[in-house]
Design a protein around this ligand. Sequence first.
Ligand code: ZN
Length: 380
Amino acid sequence: MTELVLIRNAEVWAPTPLGRRDVLLGAGRVLAMAPKLAPGLDATVIDAAGALLCPGLVDSLVHLSGGGGEGGFATRTLPLASAQEPLRAGVTTLIGALGTDDTTRNHADLLACARSLRIQGVNTYILTGSYQVPPVTLTGSVRQDLIVVPDIIGVGEIAIADHRGSQPSARELARIGADARVGAMLAGKRGTVLIHVGDAADGLQLLHDVSDSSALPVSQWHPTHINRSRALLEHAPGWLARGGSLDLTTSTTPALLASGDLPAASVLAELLGDGATPGQITMSSDGQASLPLFDDAGALLDIQAAPIASLFDAMRDAVLQHGVAFEAALTTVTRTPATVWGLGRKGEVRVDADADLLLLEPDSLAVRSTFARGRVHHWT
Ligand code: ZN
């Protein structure tokens, strides 16, 4: 028999605010939601009076099998070992990708890491490809990967405007987008291509060139790291005006901020203030990427893995420090990434959606409980 959980009296942010609701969960789904659900159900009751109920966060980029290595073998980072870190930080869905290194790391290993974490209780998907063009794949082609491997939902991160990438032409990039699009159509997926944007001056120009010269819609692409510099951020309005979407990286460090990275929370406030909609912007942690730590003289001290918890922190900071409306900030880490990646049952609190949910404290927004994959974790 299915175990039922009844969450009573929560303030539901779906992320649209719905007011006070009772929410019934079972078999990993939201079964019913109403101002008052009938008593007498044989359910475990959680009294959530005073708490906010919202969707679990969807992290669009995590190096699940480890990242880095760009300063030699000593700078490789470890795989994400445990689902506890994301779940504790309110992240219920992780999208895994390779990065610069597709030689010592590969998609079979990435897939195994994703499935291990899923067994531990967090939802995981992966992307095929890496920084390089032509893309490295699991089964031989982007199209085939999308069609035959359920875990693979898109491509990336393909590097543009970066000295570590393959310097692809618009034609090469269009071919990848077309393969992703056709494979995804045949598999009933979204097939978005995540684009790693480096710090070269051309920024998003290649995406404009591809969009000008091919039949692919701008929604085929989702460029990330847009807050890596003021110069790159200046490319954002033109891409957003064209209907494009973009992703901000939350795992900035003091050293990166000192060298020109911009905090995702303040950039989100700035973009929304300039007229962008929360439906065009996502944030992601770039978790397990290598973050170098330097001493005052600039010597490398250590390599740290980028924290997944930075995703929740950026959402909270956007609200509490930068005046972004809770609904808007929440949308960029729930409904919008679920839409970008075609995860139709995720990113929203509604009947029939997956029961990937958070209970938050109303003022601090601290995570009180996380629901994911049929399990509940209470943190306080
Ligand atoms: Zn990247």
